[in-house]
Design a protein around this ligand. Structure first.
Ligand code: TYD
Length: 210
């Protein structure tokens, strides 16, 4: 079967701020392309023109917790309709920096959103749909915080949160991962980038390129 008549795969990267996802996303896209796969790289919140406008609000404007959760899912609804689903249906693969696991970790875990509210929004926006593979970058919150502090960029509304917030986000990510062990691979992220890259390559090879 060639890529034009087979649905593409949806791969997401997750982890607390400073987990080191960005360089690994670029490496994975290169790896997939080396296998002749057409890849769309995207991110959340964002990924569409409207989504990027919502991102600017989400990252910088103070708002009620439920407003934040609903805007995350609003951006996601648009992202799914305008980009993710059309790409997958056309046989392209989509690699996204974050998806709904981030809402579970940050809004439910970090901020204390009622889990039933999250379930309702997730069921509304993507019933029965989840990534084919999620790479969850896990590392101690203090290591991640030091990385964020060293970027030299002004921190956004999330990056300014206390260490305890990121401890809760990290714990919630691991709970979510434990509920979907087939889908979510937990990557120990306080290691050499080369080692992490090799582990991700192995995971993909085992799944798709053997
Ligand atoms: P990210 O793009 O990883 O940040 P940066 O560009 O600074 O590397 O993510 C933006 C922030 O949005 C991040 O702090 C996590 C947060 N976020 C949520 O709180 N909930 C969500 O559902 C998503 C997708 C992101």
């Amino acid at each position: 079967m060639n890529s034009s008549n087979r649905r593409g795969r949806f791969i997401t990267f997750e982890g607390i701020d400073g987990a080191g996802k960005s360089s690994q996303i670029a490496a994975l896209v290169k790896l997939l392309e080396s296998h002749g796969i057409v890849v769309e790289q995207t991110r959340e919140p964002g990924g569409t023109e409207l989504g990027e406008r919502l991102r600017a609000l989400l990252l910088h404007e103070p708002m009620h917790l439920e407003t934040e959760a609903m805007l995350m899912f609003a951006a996601r609804r648009e992202h799914l309709a305008a980009r993710i689903m059309p790409a997958l249906e056309a046989g392209r693969w989509v690699v996204s920096d974050r998806f709904s696991d981030a809402t579970y970790a940050y809004q439910v875990g970090g901020r204390g959103l009622d889990e039933a509210r999250f379930d309702t929004l997730e069921e509304w926006v993507h019933p029965g749909f989840q990534p084919d593979l999620t790479l969850l970058f896990d590392l101690p919150a203090e290591v991640a915080a030091a990385r964020v502090a060293n970027t030299g960029e002004a921190p956004d509304r999330f990056e300014r949160e206390q260490r305890s917030f990121f401890e809760r986000v990290k714990a919630a990510y691991l709970i979510r991962a434990s509920r979907a062990p087939e889908r979510v691979c937990v990557i120990t992220a306080d290691r050499e980038p080369g080692e992490i890259r090799a582990e991700i390559e192995l995971i993909c090879t085992e799944r798709w390129f053997k």
